[in-house]
Design a protein around this ligand. Structure first.
Ligand code: MN
Length: 310
């Protein structure tokens, strides 16, 4: 079953006996040789950094975990010879754990992990069919290429593959680097709505469509999967991710998006992945930024559990 003595999310004491309310699933996939290296160590670094995060969150009255049960699961690994087989193994791993807890928080690893996660979601208690799912993607990139350096299953293609797998809608937030192929797909495909960083974060308040974006995501209906590529944050917050990009979201911008999705009565966030975490070797800002986002998601989910029980 793996090593139960590893560090736990937020440094909390955990029970090995389920059922759990939240499972933290480390998926350290690293495949694309064209890319910055180190995503393989991302999940561990994020879990370690989370022990430095305050347990007191503004959406909760008491300290995390507020009596709820979180499990940091033994991490995914696979010796499968081909990439598609590795992705199948991720799908089976996620499937197994979502039988034990409704809410998975998945730490990556390359953004390519999203496709098998989505494939596993047909087994989620709150999903009738994959086409009901809306992916909310925070990312500097659109990830809509048909292939990247000859690879069809990679971080640069994963949103396109997820749409092909049947996902109903994608809302992209913070995109600021894309190919003309991706740009024309965004224009033509009604399933994709993209909020470009340049429009969201314009320094002229009257040019910024930030409030419009927040109002719009509050209207999303049905099951929502959050896929959070940490390069959606401003590059200064995640200096060691594969492609840190200037001009991205602030920490508080990310918090506002997450809090609004969880407090909406129209949609239900069924889980999230935080991906492209590459640990800083000098300092720990990248993994700490990822740990803060992860904790905010956990806190918001727990706030909803408390409200639903009230
Ligand atoms: Mn991405």
């Amino acid at each position: 079953m793996g090593d139960w003595s590893s560090p736990t999310f937020l440094g909390l004491e955990e029970s090995e006996l389920g059922p759990w309310d939240i499972v933290v699933l480390p998926v350290p996939l690293e495949i694309s040789v064209s890319y910055g290296e180190g995503t393989e160590r991302g999940p561990d670094a994020c879990i370690e950094a989370s022990s430095q995060v305050e347990l007191n969150d503004r959406v909760l009255e008491n300290d995390l975990p507020c009596g709820f049960k979180i499990l940091t699961a033994p991490k995914w690994s696979s010796d499968a010879p081909s990439l598609r087989e590795q992705l199948n193994s991720i799908r089976d791993y996620v499937k197994k754990w979502i039988r034990s807890a409704d809410f998975p928080l998945i730490l990556g690893g390359e953004h390519g992990i999203l496709l098998p996660i989505i494939e596993a979601m047909e087994n989620h208690r709150l999903v009738r069919k994959i086409s009901d799912i809306t992916i909310v993607q925070i990312d500097a990139h659109a990830d809509l290429r048909d292939e990247l350096n000859g690879e069809r299953f990679s971080h640069g293609t994963v949103i396109r593959r997820s749409l092909e797998a049947g996902v109903g809608n994608v809302v992209q937030i913070g995109v600021r680097a894309l190919s003309s192929e991706e740009e024309s797909m965004i224009r033509q495909d009604d399933r994709i709505q993209t909020w470009f960083a340049g429009d969201l974060l314009s320094v002229s308040e009257h040019l910024s469509n930030w409030d419009k974006m927040i109002a719009s995501i509050s209207e999303i209906e049905g099951p929502v999967w959050i896929t959070f590529d940490v390069d959606g944050l401003d590059g200064s917050l995640v200096p060691s991710t594969g492609t840190p990009m200037p001009g991205g979201l602030s920490h508080w911008g990310a918090v506002e998006i997450i809090e609004n999705l969880f407090s909406s009565e129209k949609c239900t966030v069924i889980g999230a992945d935080i991906n492209e975490i590459v640990p800083d070797t000098q300092g720990s800002l990248t993994q700490f930024s990822a740990a803060l986002v992860s904790t905010k998601i956990v806190a918001c989910h727990i706030a909803n559990l408390i409200n639903n029980n009230a």
